[in-house]
Design a protein around this ligand. Structure first.
Ligand SMILES: C[S@@+](CC[C@H](N)C(=O)[O-])C[C@H]1O[C@@H](n2cnc3c(N)ncnc32)[C@H](O)[C@@H]1O
Length: 214
């Protein structure tokens, strides 16, 4: 089964996500980095950006810069990403990657705690898109911010919204933070409000919720 699924992924990558697979090599530094998005997800974000004419993006959770790089490449020349990271080791590597790929003019890396940096970014709002990929227990707070500062018709996209395949269970399983579990359920519930959003939770391995703000 596992073999089959890796052959399936390789088939998809070879046909549709070659560029994103190449970029991935810059962002691993020889170590397997399992917490960043996959090349297919990088391509999916690129398609959303191109099809909605997205020009301004806020990203929460940079890590080594992989998703930022995928998104920056999909943006037009005058597009820009503000990406937030609070781990200085991660942001150091991301900075090198942005330099290596000549993306400094398109990406601003903001080092610090997401909620504080979002506050600073409010002055530049509204933004076309937010990509949330950081601490799960704060997703609803990030959504509060997005509700005010993402423009109408803009995109709110979040990774890991299946919370290790637990979010749909009736109660929080052992080993999962109750606060994160409750937060993720509330996050998805809020985005399912059809008066305010047009949304889907894509059943990727980790789950990716995609919402158009109405
Ligand atoms: C899943 S990784 C991001 C992966 C990245 N988006 C990608 O796909 O290439 C999550 C990152 O968020 C950072 N992070 C977690 N909580 C944060 C917070 N409150 N403020 C800023 N960064 C945070 C972590 O240090 C980690 O590097």
């Amino acid at each position: 089964m596992r073999n089959n699924s890796s052959i399936k992924l390789q088939y998809i990558r070879n046909l549709f996500a070659k560029e994103q697979e190449k970029i991935e090599k810059y962002c691993t530094f020889g170590k397997k980095q399992c917490i960043q998005i996959t090349p297919e997800e990088g391509k999916l974000l690129s398609i959303f950006i191109k099809s909605r004419n997205v020009k301004s993006i806020v990203e929460i959770g940079t890590l080594y810069g992989y998703s930022s790089i995928c998104m920056a490449r999909a943006l037009p020349e005058d597009g820009h990403i503000y990406t937030i990271e609070n781990n200085s080791q991660h942001s150091g590597i991301a900075k090198e990657n942005f330099c290596l790929l000549n993306l400094n003019s398109k990406i601003t890396l903001m080092e610090g705690i997401a909620l504080e940096k979002l506050d600073e970014l409010s002055i530049k709002a509204p933004f076309d898109m937010i990509f949330i990929d950081a601490d799960k227990g704060n997703y609803t707070k990030y959504l509060d911010w997005a509700e005010s500062y993402i423009k109408q018709g803009g995109l709110i996209i979040a990774d890991n919204t299946l919370l290790f395949n637990t979010v749909f269970l009736e109660s929080v399983p052992k080993g999962v933070s109750e606060q994160s579990w409750r937060c993720m359920r509330e996050f998805n519930q809020r985005l399912s409000d059809e008066e305010k959003y047009y949304s889907i939770l894509i059943p990727t391995e980790e789950g990716m919720t995609v919402s158009l703000k109405l």
